[in-house]
Design a protein around this ligand. Structure first.
Ligand code: UDP
Length: 357
């Protein structure tokens, strides 16, 4: 939004961030060993939107990267999303795509309507695979049973009858060649953009006059929790550097049934960095801490709608992003949301402020 408003609409922009760095949760940096890591957990860019990809391409070159994940289940590292190889290796079979499709149909439990995250998986692959791959991971991640979460949560992970073991199938899959932070720095070079770090916007909003605000924090906090607290899920990150070039067999290993952490990500797979050591991050789900995930379930959506109605009454404040719109959005969806918001604002005021003043 800052880049568009400054470069596109000639606005003067002040970015205010509580943290001591830009880039929000997509921030990356070189750790003590000199390895590029994602401070707030793995961020993997993928999109089907040519507009989003082209927009970001103005600020970064890319490293083609197709993400792959393995799940540690019954003593084996198996492909997740569940595919033909997952089933064959788990059960020691040699099924064809046709046969695995038959197998899924034979164990699937029809559900209608498909309302919850349990329904999605059980209706595709049956109870046993659901329990091995999804039930406990979801309970650990969300502290809720899949039956208490919207279908959209586990529907993020498909089921395949072929051997495709990519986590995503989007048209554009790539990582910013020099990292996310570098990309954001290049977005913010416009002379109209100033940056104020280590600052809560509430510390300065009465001191620094502004016409409009783009708010990307939690929407319930903005309105002083007047309708109650929206639940957000947090994570604690444990970073470890190992004195060897490679640590694990896949970029990400999920641990649905063992360990207090959900997954382990080895960054060099993502970044392609060449280094004699390697750094990984383990993710421990938490109820308290920085908000990372909205919790998609009907009662939370209902509370969000109350805040959203209030937000509509504050026409000079525009809410964008995961926390401010309480949507479990991926990075590309947030970029699309912001480009759409910018277009709406620009269309509402066709003349750049610099010319109209
Ligand atoms: N999930 C699961 N087992 C897995 C992978 C995912 O149960 O091995 C479920 C879990 O509820 C998770 C959701 O699917 O929160 C979405 O997974 P995704 O990998 O998209 O999560 P994110 O990367 O956004 O944390």
């Amino acid at each position: 939004m800052a880049e568009r408003l400054a470069a596109g609409a000639g606005k003067k922009v002040l970015i205010v961030d509580k943290r001591n760095h830009i880039g929000g949760n997509a921030y990356d940096h070189f750790d003590e060993a000199g390895i590029l890591v994602h401070k707030y957990g793995p961020h993997i860019f993928h999109t089907n939107s040519r507009d989003v990809f082209n927009y970001l391409s103005r600020f970064t070159a890319w490293r083609p990267y197709q993400h792959r994940v393995r799940a540690w289940v019954d003593g084996q590292l198996l492909p997740i999303p569940i595919n033909l190889d997952t089933v064959n290796r788990l059960y020691g079979l040699n099924l064809t795509s046709f046969q695995v499709d038959e197998f899924f149909r034979s164990v699937a439990e029809p559900r209608s309507p498909i309302r919850t995250s349990e329904d999605v998986i059980v209706s595709k692959v049956g109870r046993e695979l659901y329990e091995k791959f999804f039930r406990n991971y979801t309970r650990k991640q969300w502290d809720l049973d899949p039956s208490e979460l919207d279908a959209a949560v586990t529907a993020r992970v498909p089921v395949r009858i072929n051997r495709d073991d990519r986590y995503f199938t989007d048209t554009y899959q790539a990582m910013p060649l020099h990292g996310y932070t570098r990309m954001f720095e290049r977005m913010l070079t416009h002379p109209n953009i100033k940056i104020m770090l280590n600052t809560d916007y509430r510390e300065i909003e009465r001191v620094i006059p502004y016409e409009e605000m783009i708010y990307t924090g939690p929407i319930d906090e903005f309105f002083d929790f007047r309708f109650g607290r929206l639940p957000y899920r947090s994570l604690e990150f444990q970073f470890v550097t190992y004195e060897r070039a490679v640590y694990q067999d896949a970029p990400v290993v999920n641990y649905p049934n063992e360990n207090p952490y959900t997954r382990c990500t080895e960054f060099k797979y993502l970044t392609g960095q060449d280094h004699p050591k390697t750094s990984v991050v383990y993710e421990y789900p938490r109820a308290e801490g920085d908000p990372y995930y909205p919790v998609p379930r009907p009662e939370n959506a209902a509370m969000y709608r109350e805040y959203e109605a209030l937000a509509k009454l504050a026409p000079s404040v525009h809410f964008s992003g995961r926390l401010a719109t309480y949507k479990y959005y991926n990075m590309d969806q947030v970029v699309a949301q912001s480009l759409t918001l910018y277009k709406r604002l620009a269309d509402a005021r066709p003349r750049p402020i610099a010319q109209s003043a």
